[in-house]
Ligand binder design. Structure first.
Ligand SMILES: [Zn+2]
Length: 134
């Protein structure tokens, strides 16, 4: 008599349900997030699987429209000019890479930033209360 000890084959699964990160919620247009109903982890994007515990029991949530600029850089892109990019820590702790639009206030780490939306483009910009530090 023989026995087999093969593990069952696993199937790859897509973890994102949609490409767009902008959604309409009762509070207006916000970044779309997902919250795991098993471990409580909150993630950016419309996920079908929790990136922490791989549970498939996730709910769509609106992410905060404000946060803190953790770090940033400016990428020089040929004739397109300069594209500032930064990591933003949203007020619920979710960190995201985002386009940053500079205004009159120079960018600096730890400054408050807020979400802006132009059609399908989204970005963060210094929050209204931020002042120059000179
Ligand atoms: Zn989870």
């Amino acid at each position: 008599m023989t026995t087999t000890t093969e593990a069952p084959a696993s199937q790859p699964i897509a973890d994102m349900e949609a490409d767009s990160l902008i959604g309409t919620f009762p509070e207006g247009q916000r970044l779309v997030g997902s919250q795991c109903n098993t471990c409580g982890c909150t993630m950016i994007g419309s996920r079908v699987v929790c990136s922490s515990c791989i549970s498939r029991d996730v709910s769509r949530v609106a992410l905060p429209s404000t946060g803190v600029l953790y770090s940033f850089t400016r990428i020089h892109v040929g004739t397109a000019g300069i594209r500032p990019l930064g990591y933003v820590d949203l007020d619920n702790g979710v960190r995201t890479l985002a386009d940053i639009r500079e205004g009159d206030v120079p960018l600096r780490p730890d400054m408050r930033v807020e979400l802006g939306i132009d059609d399908d483009d989204w970005f963060f910009t210094p929050a209204a209360g931020e002042k120059r530090e000179d």
